[in-house]
Design a protein around this ligand. Structure first.
Ligand code: ADE
Ligand code: ZN
Length: 326
């Protein structure tokens, strides 16, 4: 099948994207060589062949291991720009990048280097590609909430250019509520708030992040459909849900694309956008996700345009900038 040209694609925002999840095997090996870090794989093809996951944790283990090649501000700038170039080619005009700052700091990479590198990549991307970008500090729910709180203090002390905070990593077995103080402090400092919920975990995890964390947006939220009350609230409040169908299939949350709840979510009136999550690992940038769900569900041109418009409306851009896109 021929790929539609960029011009034919609706412009969109990408709201659910982990910077570390954009690390392509070729760049991972280039950075490993540059930083003299050993990767436990012979070559990029062998690494890519290991991208067969049984669940979220099996993916996170490899994702955290591969992230170790990221050492310097330059690495983070290169990675950010590589993602923005690929995203722009697929019609992305605005991107909100979650970064797992705790993993990098725990490995001894200075926080200011990660932040400065991502910020530089975003600035170059905006200048070269005309793609706007925001950085979101994703707290890791498998690590202590006090660590997230300390990270936030460090970001505030640095005056780091982060637009918001998020909550990612292992969902089942690690509660969201302990992160309430960090989210409250973020809100008090004018930061926006998003959180993963109901990817692998039950529908009430959505309620938990809305009520305990004051999340303005929910990442995934697919299992919300299992609870009619949760769905009714999400519809009533039009909470943006950043849905990642290809990720859900690759991590086994959904058995096949054809069985993905996206059509049911749209029919219920939920405020859904399409996203890639970790495009390098799941074999799909957001334009490819759009193509895949269009093929699986026969989405109309209007439905695709509505999903693209929802991506801008669900963004953390100021209202006047959203208005320029939709
Ligand atoms: N970190 C990167 N990708 C993730 C996902 N799909 N769920 C939770 N944490 C993540
Ligand atoms: Zn995610």
């Amino acid at each position: 099948a021929t790929r539609p040209t960029t011009a034919a694609r609706p412009p969109r925002a990408e709201l659910h994207l982990h910077l570390e999840g954009t690390l392509e095997p070729e760049l991972a090996f280039a950075l490993a060589a540059r930083n003299r870090v050993d990767l436990p794989f012979a070559d990029p093809a062998t690494l890519r062949a290991a991208y067969a996951f049984s669940d979220l944790q099996s993916f996170l283990d490899l994702y955290h291991a591969t992230s170790q090649v990221l050492r310097t501000a330059e690495d983070f700038a290169d990675l950010t720009l590589a993602y923005l170039r690929r995203a722009a080619a697929g019609g992305v005009r605005h991107a909100e990048l979650m970064v797992d700052l705790q993993t990098h700091v725990a490995r001894g990479v200075p926080l200011e280097d990660v932040v400065a590198g991502v910020a530089r990549g975003l600035a170059v991307g905006e200048a070269e590609l005309g793609v706007s970008g925001l950085m979101i500090a994703a707290f890791l729910r498998h690590r202590p909430a006090a660590e997230a709180d300390g990270l936030l203090d460090d970001l505030l002390a640095l005056g780091a250019p982060v637009a918001g905070v998020g909550l990612a990593s292992t969902e089942v077995g690690f509660a969201a509520a302990p992160f309430a103080p960090a989210f409250a402090k973020a809100a008090a400092h004018g930061l926006r708030r998003t959180a993963h919920a109901a990817e692998e975990g039950p529908a009430w995890h959505v309620t938990e992040v809305l009520d305990a964390l004051g999340a303005e947006r929910v990442d995934h939220g697919i299992r919300a459909l299992e609870d009619a009350e949760v769905v009714a609230r999400l519809v009533r409040e039009q909470v943006p849900l950043t849905v990642c169908p290809v990720s859900n299939v690759r991590l086994g949350a959904v058995a096949s694309l054809g069985e993905h709840p996206l059509p049911a979510m749209l029919a219920a009136g939920l405020n859904v956008s399409l996203n890639s999550d970790d495009p390098s690992y799941f074999g799909g940038y957001v334009d490819e996700v759009d193509d895949a769900v269009t093929a699986a569900f026969g989405l109309t041109r209007d439905q695709r345009a509505d999903l693209a418009a929802a991506s801008f409306r669900g963004s953390f851009l100021p209202a006047e900038q959203v208005a320029r896109h939709v």
